[in-house]
Design a protein around this ligand. Structure first.
Ligand SMILES: Nc1ncnc2c1ncn2[C@@H]1O[C@H](COP(=O)(O)OP(=O)(O)O)[C@@H](O)[C@H]1O
Ligand SMILES: [Mg+2]
Length: 231
């Protein structure tokens, strides 16, 4: 008889974020606590301005909290310096930004192969892998296009291919289907869950897409910076 033990890959403990503004300090996140097990899929939903993107960036180690701790893959990323956080991200984490954050002077193929080259994969091998993922997201005819010559939906699919290509332990994605039509959105959702099932990648997604939120194993609702419901 086999026994499966869940290992938590993300622990958020009493997390708070306060930023300075011209009107004084503004608390964006209040006392957030939860954890995510290896291989889970979690959808974070909530109104615009509720703190979803801020929370996602903190979990991925892109930003540091004001109070509390975040453990990512057994490392206290909230207490690590930028170099340590960058190394954890490069080897284990992918992030899909709401604004895509593609590199303007690189074409689609070069954008997608970059994270592989950054961890030392030879250029030709990285390019071959990047091409496979661009084909999977339906962009095989756009390999040499620079971001500015692609539509919003195409840019989003390049950003997704760049996130998938490293087969990350954890994938954080902010509105990953926000710029896609229904057909492409469905294709991307299928790829997300294929990565989750075949590679065991943990998914943490911010979404307004109810179909995507429902397909996740767990859902979490943020309201004005507070966690009001978690499953
Ligand atoms: N650096 C910042 N300075 C001031 N206010 C910020 C900053 N970052 C985010 N906010 C504010 O915090 C709130 C949460 O932002 P965000 O996490 O982007 O929300 P969501 O992704 O749920 O729409 C918003 O009201 C936003 O205006
Ligand atoms: Mg947002």
């Amino acid at each position: 008889m086999s026994m499966s033990l869940s290992r938590s890959v993300l622990n958020v403990m009493h997390l708070g974020k306060t930023v300075p503004t011209v009107d004084g300090p503004l608390t964006i996140l209040h006392d957030i606590c939860f954890s995510v097990d290896e291989g889970d899929s979690l959808a974070i939903v909530g109104a615009s301005g509720s703190g979803k993107s801020t929370l996602l960036g903190l979990m991925a180690g892109l930003d540091t909290p004001t109070v509390g701790q975040i453990w990512l893959l057994d490392k206290d990323i909230s207490g690590s310096d930028e170099n340590t956080r960058a190394a954890i991200r490069a080897h284990h984490v992918s992030f899909v930004f709401q604004s895509f954050q593609l590199i303007d002077h690189l074409n689609a193929l070069e954008n997608v192969q970059l994270p592989l080259e950054l961890v030392g994969m030879p250029r030709a091998e990285a390019a071959a892998k990047a091409q496979v993922w661009l084909e999977k997201v339906g962009l095989k005819d756009r390999l040499k296009h620079r971001p500015k010559t692609l539509s919003g939906g195409e840019q989003q699919r390049v950003a997704l291919a760049r996130a998938f290509v490293t087969e990350p332990d954890i994938l954080f994605a902010d509105e990953p289907t926000g710029s896609l039509d229904e057909q492409n959105g469905q294709k991307i959702i299928d790829l997300l869950f294929q990565l989750n099932q075949d590679m065991g990648s943990t998914l943490v997604l911010v979404t307004h897409d109810t179909a995507l939120a429902k397909r996740c194993k767990r859902q979490m609702v943020l309201n004005a910076g507070q966690l009001i419901l978690a499953t």
